[in-house]
Design a protein around this ligand. Structure first.
Ligand SMILES: [Zn+2]
Length: 213
């Protein structure tokens, strides 16, 4: 796999390092990090700085020596990266852990060859795998809140660009888009959402209660 082109935005990486992302989104970030040397190194740097800041007593102003130490860490070469955890086929370890021991995906058809597998669902949002045949469009939708999509196989394109294996797309409130899977290879994505997507056409809206999109 070539190196991903679309990475985790800084503020989301910081939230992840602090443990404050909702669980479904944290899984997507962890899956991307397991595929991406760049973000793995950025996370290691954040964790080193965060650890140093925790060492100081709370309420105390940052001392000159601590500030110097943190700046040194940011400049210092990074420690050797741990080996990325084992993946199962196209599924990175954080996703493979959510599949059965046999690695089978509980796909459910949404019609027209589109399938989804709900991996987790709760107050923090939901996590699903989506399967979109090459050349097919996902139903057009807008977002409430934060949606994060990681490509595991194939690619899709939308107004924001082309997203291939390992690429992560962050959907926000204002984004309305129609991702289309690139013809030739079926596209499989991991998607975290923190509120129901608003599908615009009638049929998917009717499906919504059944498939919990
Ligand atoms: Zn990355």
């Amino acid at each position: 796999m070539t190196a991903p082109a679309h990475h985790i935005p800084e503020e989301i990486l910081v939230a992840y390092a602090a443990g404050s992302l909702p669980h479904p989104h944290a899984v997507v970030v962890a899956a991307h990090i397991s595929l991406c040397d760049t973000c793995r190194a950025a996370l290691a740097a954040h964790q080193a700085v965060g650890g140093a800041l925790l060492e100081q007593e709370s309420g105390e102003a940052v001392s000159d020596s601590l500030r110097a130490r943190v700046l040194d860490m940011l400049d210092a070469p990074l420690p050797p990266e741990p080996t990325p955890p084992k993946r199962k086929g196209i599924y990175p370890a954080p996703v493979a852990e959510l599949l059965g021991p046999d690695g089978q995906v509980p796909w459910k058809s949404l019609g027209f060859g589109v399938k989804q597998a709900l991996l987790s669902e709760g107050e923090e949002g939901s996590l699903r795998l989506l399967y979109i045949p090459g050349g097919r469009a996902m139903p057009e939708h807008g977002h409430h809140g934060l949606e994060m999509t990681l490509v595991l196989q194939g690619s899709f394109s939308d107004d924001e660009g082309l997203f291939g294996p390992g690429d992560i797309e962050i959907g926000h409130d204002a984004l309305e888009h129609t991702p289309i899977a690139t013809p030739g290879v079926d596209c499989i994505c991991l998607a975290a959402t923190d509120a129901p997507l608003r599908f615009k056409s009638l049929v998917p809206r009717l499906f919504q209660p059944f498939f919990r999109i």
